[in-house]
Design a protein around this ligand. Structure first.
Ligand code: ZN
Length: 172
């Protein structure tokens, strides 16, 4: 069995690999995500992560696979894109977890552990100074999309409306 340290080193190594992706490496928690995380608490947020993984990733054929994870609206959504646990295509490409079959309990726990590890690391980083400087330092590839509502928390309207995951296959 792998020791705790071994597991943590593996998660660290995986996060470093993911940070090398231009798309995933630039994802950050914004002030709203940080505030939500602080108010809600780490354990409750990780319970949400477990629910998202179980409900939206674990089935052999998840509903709307490839666009089931919004780009924002919950810190776990951001973490999922950053850790390639956002859809079955990314799980397969980055973590070698085959699509088309239900995730095992162990695979689900791996995804949650990776999300937790990313969130922990992100919380330790200094918050981005301002949105303006953040957008200045990162080249954006905005598409002329309709403006999106920035609703707090998770709501049904958010679930399938804000995904850009398809674009992630272009640059990572
Ligand atoms: Zn994905």
């Amino acid at each position: 069995m792998a020791s705790e340290n071994q597991i943590r080193d593996d998660l660290d190594a995986t996060l470093r690999r993911l940070a090398g992706s231009p798309f995933r490496g630039r994802l950050r928690l914004d002030d709203r995500d940080r505030g939500y995380l602080e108010r809600t608490g780490r354990e409750a947020v990780l319970d949400h992560a477990r629910d998202f993984i179980t409900g939206r990733l674990a089935p052999a054929r998840p509903r709307n696979d490839g666009s089931q994870t919004p780009m924002r609206g919950h810190p776990v959504f951001v973490a999922q894109h950053a850790t390639a646990t956002c859809c079955r295509g990314c799980l397969e490409k980055w973590h070698g977890i085959r699509a088309g079959r239900a995730l095992t309990d162990e695979q689900q726990e791996f995804a949650v552990a990776l999300i937790a590890h990313w969130l922990d690391a992100e919380v330790r980083r200094p918050a981005p100074a301002t949105t303006a400087s953040a957008t200045k330092s990162v080249p954006t590839r905005r598409k002329p999309n309709k403006p999106r509502p920035r609703d707090a928390g998770v709501n049904q309207g958010d679930l399938f409306s804000t995904d850009q995951d398809g674009s992630s296959t272009v640059d990572d």
